[in-house]
Design a protein around this ligand. Structure first.
Ligand SMILES: Nc1ncnc2c1ncn2[C@@H]1O[C@H](COP(=O)(O)OP(=O)(O)OP(=O)(O)O)[C@@H](O)[C@H]1O
Ligand SMILES: [Mg+2]
Length: 227
């Protein structure tokens, strides 16, 4: 479970300061699915970075299962991240010289998983996103939707508690968008993940059980009874 208390992230450049987050309080239960929307520059990606321990707040607490990520050393934070948190971004961020299987395996290296088990688990993860026949393909030999599936497999192969997705369908055309959303939804249900996703897609936002809107660094959360 996440508990954010008075989280502020202030960027300073010369005399200019921007509060990308301005006092965010937020609780996210285990297994929850939270969709985040809001105007560009509102602070969505910044919030995801705080949740993922990719960056630390200027003020406030980001508590994940009783541990305040803001207080951890870089080394411990890296460990929490590689064990517990999967990321999927708009740009797939695959390594171009590695095959699909090798890209997925990279998530298991910091966990000390041995080569043989790494290969097997990567192959299983790719099969679970429908890419069992594409293990040896390079990213350049895959469609956008397929590349994003590889990225999803890479995020999930370590069996994280949390999946964070920042506009995961932003670079895809409409048909692939639905495909990727279906994969993410299925993974969320099957794996019991806590799933937090930023999207500009109003159709997805409309269907979300819990919808957060971030504007100028401030958050409002709405429960959607109809979903
Ligand atoms: N590294 C940085 N240095 C300075 N300012 C930053 C930095 N990162 C973000 N900001 C500023 O913080 C604010 C929030 O940015 P953020 O990327 O979180 O917005 P966003 O809601 O994700 O927008 P988008 O929909 O365009 O992705 C913006 O005003 C942005 O310019
Ligand atoms: Mg963003």
């Amino acid at each position: 479970m996440y508990e954010l208390r008075s989280v502020t992230k202030r960027y300073t450049r010369g005399k200019d300061t921007v509060d990308a987050l301005a006092g965010v309080d937020l609780t996210i239960a285990d297994g929850d699915r939270l969709v985040i929307q809001g105007p560009t520059g509102g602070g969505k990606s910044t919030l995801l970075q705080m949740l993922g321990g990719l960056d630390k707040p200027t003020e406030g607490e980001v508590v994940l299962d009783g541990t305040d990520l803001a207080k951890l050393s870089e080394a411990r934070l890296t460990r929490v991240r590689s064990e517990n948190i999967g990321f999927v971004f708009q740009s797939f961020n695959l390594i171009p010289t590695l095959t699909a299987q090798e890209n997925v395996e990279t998530a298991l290296v910091p966990l000390g998983v041995k080569t043989k088990e790494r290969r097997e688990r990567a192959a299983e993860a790719l099969a679970s996103v429908g890419l069992g026949e594409r293990l040896r393909h390079l990213p350049s030999e895959l469609s956008g939707g397929q590349q994003q599936r590889v990225a999803i497999a890479r995020a999930l192969v370590k069996e994280p508690k949390v999946l964070l997705a920042d506009e995961p369908t932003g670079n895809l055309d409409e048909s692939m968008r639905d495909e990727i959303m279906d994969v993410l939804e299925r993974m969320w249900k099957e794996l019991g993940l806590t799933f937090i996703m930023v999207t500009h897609d109003s159709a997805i936002a409309k269907k979300a059980p819990r919808l957060a809107t971030i504007r100028k660094g401030r958050i409002t959360v709405k429960e959607n009874a109809a979903s």
